[in-house]
Design a protein. Sequence first.
Length: 594
Amino acid sequence: MKKALYLAVALAASTSLAAPFVTPASWSSNKASEAQTGGTFRTVNLQDFKTLNPFVSSESPNLPAALTAGTLLTLDPVSGDYIPFMAEKYTQSADKRTFTFDIRQGMKWSDGKPITVDDWMTAYTIDSNKDVGSNTFDYWTINNQPIKVTKVDSNTLKVVFPKADVTALEFVGGIFRPQPTHVFMPVWKAKGAEGIKAMWNISTNPDDIVTSGAFMLDKYVRGERAILKKNPYYGQWVKDSAGKPLPYLDGVQINIVADANAQLTQFLGGNIDTYSPDNRDRLAQVKAAIDSGKIKANLIANASARASSDFMVFNLDDSSTFKTKLFSNVKFRQAMSMLMNREAMVDLTLGGLGAPTYTSVYPVYKDWIPSGMDKYKFNPAAATKLLAELGFTKKGSDGYLVDKAGNKLEFTLITNAENTRRQGYAKIIQDEAKKVGVKINTSFIAFNQMTTLLDAKPDFSRRNFDAIIIGLTGGGTVYPVSGPSVVECKGLGDGGNLHMFNQSNKCRFPFETQAVNLFWKGRAEFDLAKRKAVAAQIQRNEMENQPYIQLAAQTVHYAWTDRVQGEYNRPQMSSIYASTLFGPRNIDLTWIKR
């Protein structure tokens, strides 16, 4: 009896001595003493979420990411450095290949089970398996050589890179997230990859979803809203600078509003707490409502360049149809780039609040973008000349170009029905193309349907599209070119999940191989100037070959209601650190003023 009592006291003491992560005071514009607890933060998303499964989720934003604590390290928005988070500390070997992490003690999953080294081993086992098809699969190799993870002991994890990699901290601080062993490993052992992929769909009972983050799923109503509630165990190991458990909020409500104008109405009506106007008209409406006192809110206009891009991508599959042969011809893609009236997209669709883009490096990383990227800017006369070289010298009776075989220069351009900005781009593209005799039909479909067309492996018969306008977001600050899932055309398994123009699992074009080689060359370069030079080569390769025809990027504007507090200080209000769902804030430090 005494021995059992002593053991219980010892365990309690051990838990109490576990060092929590203390969120720096500089991460919030408010003092910790000002924060109030309770209340619900209300935000909005353009489309239904596709899944609750962290291994198969690929859209952005997504619920698995919103429900996770993060990983071993976290990015400090003030210093720009990665600091220990779920790891209490770490060491790096002299050759920069091996990282050893001491896992922070006292962390728990939302069901009360401890978060341990085994949970990173589970993530490693499943995420790095090609049959699962995880969106992070391509991040688990360095130029086709695997990253290896081992459990040293019950508290220590070792990550070994096959070669020194300049983005290693971004990987362990952004990609390598733990997953609950007690939930996933029994299924993995019994049913393998197919069993994992079948888990946690959007209709799964929220009570069965185990999370590590500040919030857990309470309710999901398709087409209406996701309700998140506080994870009672998160605050045991994540504190504010005064030692108070985080998050301050009781919950988060994410309204599904599949229309940009309707989202604005939600904000002006006081139904959501954060909003990012995406053109001049909506920005002006927000400002007018604030100035007139119709809504009590804050607005930061032109807060940042955007850490995302919108582009048009053609389906360059390896069939021998007229269209796929045409799309695979670089002169055709160059001609199409010169029919992109990007200035009109900025003026008419964005209301002048944005900039044309010619490279996949996001505008917020302007120091990484070399000069001369606008070689194939809007030039209908030059586009017409290139199309003539491809045999399109005459127009039919309907005014559209045809070749000698009678093939009409016509294709269908798809984008998502929820996104009025991309629809505006599509209409401008359609109008400009018609002037030179190119017929572009437009089709606006649900976002989830569109991504299914893009990611149709292994059933390529479902990749039946001509061209799509879509975008990417995120990226890293150390080497802000497209990541391996975009660059790789083949890998240890299925190649790049986001290599959208070619999903054949082989490099069909010399420029693809060149892009892969340059990408890995830059990842191995620790000299900043030399790394930027490699990034410039990558962008020139993209510019000449136009696998993704870049369009335009918005300027970022942030608005939030007065009831919401705890936003970043102004220098951190950048698209690098802000969240699509939560705006310019760390949701842990967000609180409701009452």
